[in-house]
Design a protein around this ligand. Structure first.
Ligand code: NAP
Length: 318
């Protein structure tokens, strides 16, 4: 039997990387072996990955020597950064560069870089339809990732750019789920107007990443956008109403109002939604559902995800 090819997975105890480790370890073809990178191999999440047969190694993307050890001998590397841990696009760019350099030193044969659009290509800094943030970004958690694409290409790495989508799980963990207003009605609030919001179950991101690695060299040098569905705000609300058995309405606010909500990152997210709204054709067009399903035949629609997760939606059940 051929030796399994090792895939080094950054963020393995998190959403994207965790999905990839689980996808690799449950893949019947058995052609890959996951190497899960974590700062804390003793954590419960890390031990759960070891229980699946993943190799668990200590690594910190801010420590190049630890990346060298973690990437050594690997065929592939899945690279992701963690904007919401620090809110700094600059730090994401530096971390992407550190991973690209380590991938080069380790002669990795296939890198997947989990990236997003650099929105400044659509909305230059001088365009005042949305405010400039952190001095030189429109959507910092997008722009930094998009800018960091060059860290991989400039080194001539065999890289696939994976354009991810809004996690359905944001309705569980990111405070975006249905909330009861003063009028007693449940609503979801998004500044998307009547435009489509591509979304995906986080577990499907890892499955798609495995699909990309399984295609061999076919998708190297390509951008691959993924989504499980492209629902509008009204369609999301209708899905919530059906799943929860109580009416949920769509509260379509303006991006200006969304930015003013004041929670950490509200300005970044307000700009992000405005970008998705104003450039709907480009943004949804870059995330083809058939391509996504071809990489991951188990891809879930929002309704399918909701059916499995509705009991975890933090709504006041009164
Ligand atoms: N929310 C959305 O809708 C959405 C959509 C598309 C893209 N994104 C992007 O997804 C990215 C985050 O990915 P995720 O959701 O998979 O992350 P996550 O679930 O927050 O997991 C992050 C994991 O990365 C590890 N980590 C953090 N800092 C590290 C470091 N310095 N070195 C090594 N490992 C480190 C942590 O593991 P240990 O503690 O075990 O080390 C943690 O479990 C963000 O940049 C965000 O912009 C989010």
């Amino acid at each position: 039997m051929a030796e399994k090819k090792i895939i080094a997975v950054v963020g393995a105890t998190g959403a994207q990387g965790g999905g990839l480790v689980r996808a690799i370890q449950s893949d019947e073809s058995g052609q890959f072996q996951a190497r899960a990178l974590t700062r804390n191999p003793g954590s419960e999440k890390a031990r759960a990955l070891a229980d699946l047969g993943a190799e668990v190694v200590r690594a910190d993307i801010d420590d190049p020597a630890s990346l060298d050890s973690a990437f050594a001998g690997a065929h592939g590397a899945f690279c992701v950064t963690f904007f919401w841990d620090h809110f700094s696009a600059e730090k994401e760019i530096a971390e992407a560069r550190a991973m690209a350099l380590a991938a080069k030193r380790a002669d990795i044969r296939h890198v997947i870089w989990s990236t997003l659009e650099d929105t400044r290509k659509w909305v230059p800094l001088e365009d005042d339809r949305m405010p400039t943030l952190q001095g030189k970004y429109k959507v910092p958690h997008f722009d930094g990732k998009g800018e960091a694409n060059s860290a991989f290409t400039e080194l001539g790495l065999p890289v696939t750019f994976l354009l991810t989508s809004f996690y359905w799980e944001n309705f569980l963990y990111f405070g975006m789920g249905p909330k009861r207003g003063e009028d007693g009605r449940l609503s979801i609030t998004l500044p998307m107007g009547d435009k489509k919001l591509p979304g995906i179950a986080t577990e499907d991101i890892g499955k798609c990443a495995l699909g990309i690695f399984k295609r061999g060299s076919e998708l190297i040098g390509k951008k691959v956008g993924i989504a499980g569905e492209h629902p509008t705000g009204a369609q999301l609300a209708a899905s919530f109403s059906r799943a929860l058995g109580k009416e949920v309405v769509y509260n379509a606010v303006t991006p200006e109002v969304y930015r003013s909500f004041g929670f950490p990152g509200a300005d970044d997210l307000g700009n992000m939604f405005q970008f998705k709204r104003d450039f709907e054709a480009d943004f949804t067009g870059a995330r083809n559902l058939d391509v996504t399903r071809s990489l991951n035949p188990e891809l879930k629609s929002f309704d399918q995800w909701l059916a499995e997760n509705k009991d975890r939606i933090p709504v006041d059940q009164s």
